[in-house]
Design a protein around this ligand. Structure first.
Ligand SMILES: [Zn+2]
Length: 194
């Protein structure tokens, strides 16, 4: 598995792409999640998440995986439903195209928090859990995938809940250099002589 894999509008996964090493996850989830949905994540990413979760807990923050692996067909359904309800242009703007969601890699997580025994359904940038993740996720191999101020590069609005596993080394590099995965891949391309 290439943990630096880039998936976005321009670089989509085929319909039959199913990642290896997915494990089922059973954690508390939010009320908005479809109850038939089963969380699955790449095993390496999940082990890293568990370490991050334990470290967060030491600081008093309870973080969980709310949504993780999604199939091509799942994304297609989501996209088509939004398109049917709000129009194709709206769907294209706000929903990842089928094959264009990195949730299909099994390396992406949408996180949710529990505070005083209550799931926090609306994440805000100044949530202490979010702030802790912003500054510590890279130590466990995760990056904030769609940061504020980089919307024109990622093509996705700021998502403070969406973290992507890329491995410790790359996550630390991207964090330190303030780079998105798109910028990293562009730099790699420029470095490779054609
Ligand atoms: Zn997400």
């Amino acid at each position: 598995m290439d943990y630096s894999i880039l998936v976005n509008k321009a670089s989509r996964l085929p319909r039959d792409y199913v990642p290896e090493d997915l494990v089922e996850i059973h954690e508390p989830t939010g009320s908005k999640l479809d109850k038939t949905y089963v969380n699955r994540l790449n095993i390496v990413a999940y082990k890293a998440f568990k370490q991050m979760q334990a470290a967060a807990l030491k600081n008093g923050y309870e973080i969980f995986v709310d949504s993780s692996y999604r199939t091509y067909e799942y994304q297609e359904r989501v996209f088509n439903n939004v398109a049917a309800e709000k129009g194709l242009e709206h769907a294209k703007k706000y929903v990842a195209l089928p094959g264009g969601s990195e949730h299909q890699t099994g390396l992406a997580v949408d996180v949710i928090f529990r505070r005083n025994n209550e799931m926090i359904e609306e994440q805000k940038t100044d949530d202490p859990e979010i702030m802790w993740l912003f500054s510590n996720a890279h130590k466990y191999g995760f990056i904030l995938r769609f940061p504020k101020g980089k919307e024109n590069i990622t093509g996705v609005n700021f998502e403070p809940w969406h973290f992507r596993y890329v491995g410790k080394e790359l996550a630390t590099k991207l964090f330190t250099d303030n780079l998105t995965l798109e910028e990293y891949h562009n730099l790699q391309k420029q470095r490779t002589p054609i």
